[in-house]
Write a protein that binds this ligand. Structure first.
Ligand code: SF4
Length: 65
């Protein structure tokens, strides 16, 4: 799995961080998403899918590689 984020779409809602804090973080100054791990290990991939599903801005795209 390869994770892509679009910081221009992100509205800083933070749902992704709640779902998968090992993979997503938010910038201190404005809450915009920061990607911590673009290739999460297998045990985190379900949480990453949930993060993409709950993102209200569709700012997380998952590529299965
Ligand atoms: S859930 Fe989506 S909009 Fe919210 S911080 Fe994460 S990427 Fe940004």
């Amino acid at each position: 799995m390869l994770v892509h984020i679009d910081q221009d779409k992100c509205c800083g809602a933070g749902h992704c961080v709640l779902a998968a804090p090992e993979v997503f973080d938010q910038r201190d100054e404005d809450g915009i998403v920061v990607l911590l791990d673009a290739r999460p290990p297998a045990e985190l991939q379900q949480a990453v899918r949930e993060a993409a599903d709950v993102c209200p801005a569709a700012a997380i795209r998952l590529e299965m590689v």
